[in-house]
Design a binder for this molecule. Structure first.
Ligand code: ZN
Length: 234
């Protein structure tokens, strides 16, 4: 077994965090975790976020264990419903959350400066010397890339990244509705779909107005305020 003294610094930092976590959640009787173990998890919110280390939804939203059911993948993409025998990790987690746990809200959680979106915009060659996973996965956001090329060709690369991420959220919202058990729940009002974008520069979340295709700043109390954003062309 590893001795703590022999651990590299990266890992010892993790272990210090783990100690704090245990002290916070397991040192007192009747802790949050006792209920979560006894009653099981019952989150009402499912978030789909990017794997990017800066955008952990539980940290950004200051959530407690048990509050959020989180799916993370490159560029927080949702594939369309495909009834085949492939390995669909994101779809499986969606099905478990929505059909198994009774999730009431699905929040797509995009962010600015996304590396996955950047790879799509720049057509970055695959890392590790192999063609494969990233480019194939990012094909899901192709409609977003096409919208940026068509409507926003003159803006800076950084702005293109932001816009492409926002169009991609709209595309993922559409894909969510291709899952029959999502469409049914949205239709009967038991499930709501949301698209939020986290601006890393401003430290601000912007929310998609799904009727106007416009991102507005998220305010406390669920109010939103118009930010200086373009109306997206869909
Ligand atoms: Zn990202």
């Amino acid at each position: 077994m590893d001795k703590l003294d022999d651990m590299p610094e990266d890992i010892t930092n993790l272990i210090q965090g783990y100690r704090k976590f245990r002290k916070q959640y397991f040192s007192e009787p009747n802790s949050t975790f006792e209920d979560l173990v006894r009653l099981g998890q019952r989150p009402k919110i499912l978030m789909i976020a990017c794997s990017d280390s800066r955008v952990d939804p539980a940290i950004v939203m200051n959530c407690e264990p048990g509050e959020l059911f989180v799916i993370r993948n490159v560029a927080n993409l949702v594939p369309p419903f495909e009834d085949d025998l492939s390995y669909h990790g994101t779809s499986a987690a969606l099905q478990f959350g929505i059909c198994g746990l009774g999730i009431r809200h699905v929040i797509l959680f995009g962010h600015t400066q996304c590396g996955g979106i950047q790879a799509l915009l720049e057509q970055t060659p695959e890392t590790c010397g192999h063609k494969g996973f990233i480019a194939k996965w990012m094909e899901l956001a192709k409609p977003a890339h096409e919208a940026v090329l068509q409507y926003h060709a003159d803006v800076s690369l950084e702005k293109k990244n932001t816009l492409c991420g926002q169009y991609s959220l709209i595309n993922s919202l559409r894909n969510l509705k291709t899952f029959p058990w999502i469409a049914e729940r949205v239709a009967d009002g038991s499930l709501s779909l949301h698209a939020w974008n986290f601006d890393l520069n401003k430290g601000m979340i912007e929310v998609l107005d799904q009727e106007q295709n416009y991102f507005k700043e998220l305010k406390e109390g669920n109010d939103t305020e118009e930010a200086e954003n373009l109306q997206l062309r869909v």
